[in-house]
Design a protein around this ligand. Structure first.
Ligand SMILES: *[C@@H]1O[C@H](CO)[C@@H](O)[C@H](O)[C@H]1NC(C)=O
Ligand SMILES: *[C@@H]1O[C@H](CO)[C@@H](O)[C@H](O)[C@H]1NC(C)=O
Ligand SMILES: *[C@@H]1O[C@H](CO)[C@@H](O)[C@H](O)[C@H]1NC(C)=O
Length: 519
């Protein structure tokens, strides 16, 4: 009989910091390196010899396991009350009133994807408050990776935004005629005295008072670009921290057509067609009478950012063979001139440090080990998956009830969001917020945004233990039982248990204790 080997998880001390740094810097660095990058054409040639599953043994065990494995009974249970409530002030202490007079207009230009821009919007409101400035609705730059030119108003309900914040700051949709010269093009063509170009990363409130207030006072306007990650998370007055949360969790809601589509998707996930009540319209009455007395179903949202950009930047080996390795190395060379921090490590080092995004296969194994099975309904929140259906199918084999925007909504229903990365991400964000469980394959901006928002609402969120999983996946001899035990143990405290923000951590990922109070 074989000796049972218990898997030993070796924690890597610095990994959280390293992963954190990567997450922070990746989107910041991206636009700089993209400046000269204009020939991004999706490669049409086949650059992988169909990625094969990398963990065949685990995969076949996962597929064959009996349901009598004993699904943990609390798998789907909502989080217990943890004693924390949202608390944004306002009722007890009267909110600091609007300033007597505005010091001028504050303009910000935000790069990054939807969730990075979201944080930038919250910070812009906070800086406007610090400076007693009037905020101009932030300008969203077109991101070179995602290529979406949607404006703030195309994504967020601008009237709701202004209304929710009306007692906190003044906001205008557009600059008055006197200042209409202050445009992106104006700042792109020469050095201008009204542009703040060198705001340090995580600048303090005092930095803004010393460096931006004078510009406002002498010109009536200040334009800050770049502005992403430019406001500290530490040493700010509590009402400013609460205001940042108020923007993030109350003022920013998506435009009605995004919410309507999101609601439709959530409804179709909760009330899937069944054999006795198929999804067909009654020809005689023109009504659908499915859902009648049907119990709402539970579902997991799996966020998978596994596009070529992410795959290349991570510098990990994803099992697509030589051709894939070569293609990713070429991409790194073209986009970042080969300067990618991770490429100095071996795949083994990267994995054991938890620096490789989980592949569709690996996130499937994580879910299976946690007790989800082929009856589990998944919603795949994802844009492009590098390797396409060949990679996704490994996840679909494990979870045949896997849905997405495309499978749940017709192309007519999706016409307003088609090809718009920010709007597609907004729909996924909305569905993610309405799911029973949310899990992400890599700790990026979307993951962090949802972790924070779901913490605020006390909703269950699985945070993959990346170094643990990396080490488990490196062990080619591991049995299913060992894998499962290690995964379950390593995720016991990573399913939505509230974590208090530590210094330097983001208030948007960890809203307690700044924006939540103990009941
Ligand atoms: C789910 O898995 C069980 C056990 O392996 C199997 O008997 C059943 O046919 C599977 N169901 C589907 C829908 O694949
Ligand atoms: C902003 O306005 C408030 C209230 O009018 C005032 O107390 C504060 O000093 C002002 N701050 C700045 C930077 O002007
Ligand atoms: C894994 O299997 C290989 C080949 O069968 C063997 O040489 C090695 O010692 C095993 N490793 C562990 C950790 O069991």
């Amino acid at each position: 009989m074989e000796k049972m080997m218990r898997f030993q998880y070796k924690p890597v001390r610095r990994q959280e910091a390293i992963v954190g740094l990567f997450v922070l810097l990746f989107p910041v660095l991206l636009p700089c390196f993209f400046a000269s990058f204009s020939h991004a054409s999706p490669s049409t040639f086949l650059e992988w010899s169909v990625p094969k599953p990398r963990h065949l043994q685990l995969l076949s065990s996962a597929l064959q396991r009996e349901s009598s494995d004993g699904e943990p009974t609390d798998l789907w249970a909502p989080l217990a009350d943890q004693g924390w409530r949202p608390c944004l002030g306002g009722s007890v202490n009267a909110p600091p009133a609007l300033p007597q007079k505005s010091e001028g207009y504050l303009q910000v230009f935000l790069d990054g994807g939807l969730n990075q821009q979201r944080m930038g919007i919250c910070d812009a409101v906070a800086v406007a408050k610090i400076l007693n400035a009037t905020l101009v609705i932030p300008y969203l730059e077109v991101n070179p990776v995602w290529q979406d030119s949607s404006s703030f108003m195309d994504i967020f309900d601008v009237d709701h935004f202004i209304n929710v914040l009306k007692d906190d700051i003044s906001i205008v949709k557009e600059l008055p005629d006197d200042f209409s010269w202050s445009t992106r093009e104006y700042y792109a063509t020469a050095i201008r005295p009204t542009r703040i170009k060198r705001a340090p990363v995580h600048a303090s409130a005092n930095w803004y008072l010393e460096n931006v207030l004078p510009v406002l006072q002498s010109n009536g306007i200040a334009a800050i670009s770049p502005f992403s990650h430019r406001l500290s998370f530490n040493n700010l007055p509590s009402e400013i921290q609460k205001l940042r949360c108020k923007v993030n969790f109350k003022a920013l809601v998506f435009v009605p057509h995004i919410r309507a589509l999101g609601d439709a998707l959530v409804h179709r996930l909760r009330y899937p067609p069944t054999e006795s009540q198929p999804l067909i319209t009654d020809d005689l009455t023109g009504t659908t009478d499915r859902n009648v007395k049907q119990m709402p179903q539970k579902f997991v949202v799996v966020h998978l950012r596994f596009d070529k950009d992410m795959a290349a930047h991570s510098a990990c080996d994803f099992g697509g063979g030589k051709a894939e390795k070569l293609a990713l190395a070429k991409y790194r060379q073209r986009i970042w001139g080969g300067r990618v921090l991770n490429s100095q490590f071996t795949d083994e080092e990267l994995r054991s440090q938890g620096r490789c995004p989980l592949t569709p296969e690996e996130i499937g194994l994580l879910l299976a080990a946690l007790g989800f099975d082929n009856s589990t309904r998944l919603y795949l929140a994802s844009h492009k998956v590098y390797g396409g259906e060949a990679r996704i199918s490994t996840l679909r084999d494990q979870f045949p009830k896997m849905e997405s925007k495309k499978s749940l909504a017709s192309s007519e229903e999706r016409v307003l969001i088609k090809g718009k990365a920010s709007l597609l991400a907004a729909v996924d964000y909305y569905v993610g917020m309405h799911s029973d469980i949310f899990v992400s394959a890599s700790p990026g901006n979307m993951h962090n945004a949802l972790v924070g928002h779901r913490t605020f609402e006390n909703l269950k969120t699985i945070r993959p233990n990346m170094p643990l999983l990396g080490q488990l996946f490196l062990n080619k001899n591991i049995t299913w039982l060992e894998f499962r035990q290690a995964v379950v143990e390593g995720h016991q405290n990573r399913q939505g248990q509230l974590r208090l923000r530590k210094p330097k951590q983001s208030i948007y990922t960890y809203p307690a204790p700044d924006c939540m109070c103990q009941a």
